[in-house]
Write a protein of this length. Structure first.
Ligand SMILES: NC(=O)c1ccc[n+]([C@@H]2O[C@H](COP(=O)([O-])OP(=O)(O)OC[C@H]3O[C@@H](n4cnc5c(N)ncnc54)[C@H](OP(=O)(O)O)[C@@H]3O)[C@@H](O)[C@H]2O)c1
Length: 268
């Protein structure tokens, strides 16, 4: 059986990327080989996604030519020591390990292997992911195209220089938690106004989803959109007056700065 796609680690993010790959025409799950050291997880993903799974990452390094590296950053060194002897210039490794630079990956995985760094987010699992892509010098334009094609199956991609990755980590990598926090605050506000909790969550969530969908579809300028909803003297304008008089924008900026600084620290 020909192995075309490999994974080091078959956790949450790997499953999202697998779902993205599965959107490609002619995709055959039996050409995927995933290394997963948790036996229960290996069994479960093999059964549900009909992919092949091995407990030994070396099997993947030997067999696959494109490999997504999807173990946690703290497991990277041990994994790399194991697989490095099997990685050659014929292998493309796509790392999603947060904070691990191309230089670090190169040191750990060897000079020859072609590298692409990706910062994804959890929304991959709902096929609405956001991934930033940065190729190493030895990756080819065809490598970047191939990675983008796979990831576009589960959302959007953007190619950015590596110096942007701490900011990307803050904005779109950690972003789902920040938007969920906003949803939580909106829903709690709704409950304070007398709504049942589950209805308040639905109203907040669908409004967040619908707003993003509308903005994406229309390409509207954000300030024009806000003024369009907030007619003078109306309900939205009353709420926007409170928001604009608050520290909301600076709190959001400080939140992103803290996440970005932490990303830089973890990458050292
Ligand atoms: N979650 C996010 O929102 C997010 C966002 C952006 C980037 N990322 C990055 O995505 C990567 C994966 O995150 P995740 O949330 O998917 O992690 P996860 O669910 O913990 O999945 C990783 C899996 O790989 C297994 N593993 C570790 N070392 C292995 C080895 N040598 N051989 C085979 N399997 C091995 C782990 O087993 P054990 O549990 O036994 O270690 C675990 O089951 C991380 O590097 C993270 O930085 C995550």
């Amino acid at each position: 059986m020909k192995t075309t796609l490999g994974f080091f680690g078959a956790g949450k993010m790997a499953e999202g990327i697998l779902a993205a790959a599965a959107c490609q025409p002619g995709f055959d799950p039996q050409t995927v080989l995933m290394a997963e050291k948790v036996p229960a997880r290996a069994k479960e993903i093999a059964k549900r996604c009909r992919v092949r799974v091995t407990p030994d990452a070396k099997d993947v390094a030997r067999a696959a030519r494109v490999i997504f590296l999807a173990v946690r950053p703290q497991d990277l060194a041990a994994l790399a020591a194991d697989v490095k002897p099997f990685l050659t210039a014929k292998t493309l490794v796509v790392s999603i390990a947060a904070g691990k630079s191309l230089a670090t990956l190169r040191k750990l995985l060897g000079r020859d292997v072609r590298l692409v760094r990706v910062m994804p987010n959890l929304a991959l699992r709902a096929r609405e992911g956001m991934c930033a892509i940065c190729p190493a010098k030895n990756a080819t334009p065809a490598d970047v195209k191939r990675v983008a094609k796979i990831l576009n199956g589960a959302g959007r991609t953007v190619v950015l220089p590596e110096k942007c990755f701490d900011a990307v980590t803050a904005l779109s990598g950690s972003g789902p938690a920040f938007f969920a926090f906003m949803e939580q605050a909106m829903a709690a506000g709704g409950v304070k106004l007398g709504l049942p909790a589950d209805a308040a969550r639905l109203l907040a969530e669908q409004t967040m989803l619908g707003t993003a969908a509308y903005l994406r579809q229309s390409g509207a300028d954000l300030e024009t959109f806000i003024s369009g909803v907030a007619t003078p003297g109306g309900t939205t304008a009353a709420g926007m007056d409170v928001l604009r008089a608050s520290d909301f924008a600076s709190v959001v900026a400080a939140t992103l700065k803290a996440a970005s600084d932490r990303s830089a620290e973890l990458g050292k």
